[in-house]
Design a protein around this ligand. Structure first.
Ligand SMILES: Cc1ncc(COP(=O)(O)O)c(C=O)c1O
Ligand SMILES: [Zn+2]
Length: 371
């Protein structure tokens, strides 16, 4: 008997953890992994084996790693003194394919491989596609990656270099998902879908476990995350809840959600509809219909975090500021979190002298280059 199952995030119906089951059979809600016996199935992946985390694998030997995770945390002295706040960055661009996605992908591909899957379809703004392409190769799987033709050429090249089949879609990020769904419809290939896969969030959870170690149990009170589909945002929260359940931490930080003003289905609350979509330099968060929107909203509510929207000009400005002030070159999607931080401090959602952690989610080398 398996030590976990999939549970609907809307109606709580339990499902057998099958790679082809991406939505609830009763209400079409999104699914998440629930451990029925996790205390006996913990495995050490985090902080060089210093902390146990429940994972959806029979044993650690099933985990396929390219060395993801355990990324450095750096202080950001200039930006901290600018805001009179203590700001830290966790360098997610140092993951093997240059973004935090490797955390989720490693777990997702490992779980699919352990269930005998040999061919998959994935859709992405670029980073997850590159990540899935690399890990699928490592697992000996064939992968079809759908990405917008308008994605940065570097990301499209990266998808191809690992050997996957790139399907470049002449359309938006949402149309890319539709093309992938259409492609799998009448085929026997598994639709991996990192946005819907419950396994992916089990991998991004490692971020939450690591910061417990990085900050010697004193996790900063604010974490500011760029959110498209919310895989990192939700993974961090799940990890922190597990740590709280085990009484390893007492209080949970505020998890703030940052989106681009041009595509902000979560940050604009109930005023959003897809006709409002405009293009953004923050391609990683250009998601008009995030399937896990209500999960993100629920975490915002539970954590006391704020959803904030940022302008195109402020994203580019912060990409340059991070490079010039702190020597950190990130992609525009990651810079959006800092533009959001500025807004949250100005609106007093984050107060002076509070501690803030920001994942610097992707490398500047993979995206558009600021003038
Ligand atoms: C660099 C970067 N940051 C943040 C995100 C947002 O991740 P999610 O869509 O899981 O919220 C993405 C997604 O592609 C990304 O590529
Ligand atoms: Zn349901």
């Amino acid at each position: 008997m398996s030590h976990y199952e999939f549970k609907c995030t809307e109606c709580s119906k339990s499902h057998i953890a099958d790679p082809r089951t991406l939505r609830c059979e009763s209400c079409s809600g999104t699914l998440s992994v629930t451990y029925t016996n996790w205390k006996r199935q913990v495995s050490s992946l985090v902080g060089g084996g210093t902390l146990d985390m429940p994972i959806p694998l029979g044993s650690l030997s099933e985990y396929l790693s390219l060395g993801e995770g355990n990324t450095p945390v750096v202080s950001m002295p200039k930006i901290s003194s600018m805001f009179e706040t203590e700001i830290y960055g966790k360098l997610e661009f140092m993951n093997p394919t240059g973004s935090f996605k490797d955390r989720g992908t490693a777990m997702m591909i490992s779980a699919l491989k352990s269930k005998g899957v040999s061919e998959i379809v994935e859709d992405s703004s670029g980073n997850a596609g590159a990540s899935v392409s690399a890990y699928a190769t490592r697992a000996g799987m064939k992968a079809h990656i759908f990405a917008p033709l308008s994605a940065p050429q570097t990301k499209l090249n990266q998808i191809k270099v690992y050997g996957s089949i790139l399907h470049a879609v002449d359309g938006s990020r949402d149309e890319t998902t539709e093309a992938a769904e259409k492609f799998v419809k009448h085929k026997s290939i598994v639709y991996a879908s990192h946005n819907l896969s419950p396994f992916f969030i089990e991998g991004t959870k490692t971020f939450g476990y690591e910061i417990f170690n990085d900050f010697d149990r004193e996790i900063p009170g604010n974490i500011v995350v760029p959110v498209g589909n919310g895989s990192l945002y939700l993974g961090i929260w799940k990890a922190l809840e597990e740590l709280k359940e085990r009484r390893l931490i007492k209080t949970l930080p505020k998890l703030h959600c940052i989106q681009a003003e041009n595509i902000n289905p979560i940050a604009s609350n109930n005023t959003w509809n897809k006709s409002k979509i405009k293009s953004t330099v923050a391609g990683g968060i250009a998601v008009g219909s995030p399937p896990r929107k209500s999960e993100v909203q629920s975490v915002l509510h539970q954590s006391g975090g704020t959803a904030n929207s940022v302008t195109e000009a402020s994203i580019v400005e912060w990409q340059i500021k991070l490079a010039k002030h702190e020597g950190l070159f990130c992609e525009p999607t990651s810079a959006a979190a800092f533009a959001g931080l500025e807004n949250l401090i100005n609106s007093k959602h984050i107060n002076k002298n509070e501690r803030v952690l920001i994942p610097i989610t992707g490398s500047g080398l993979k995206d558009v280059f600021p003038e």
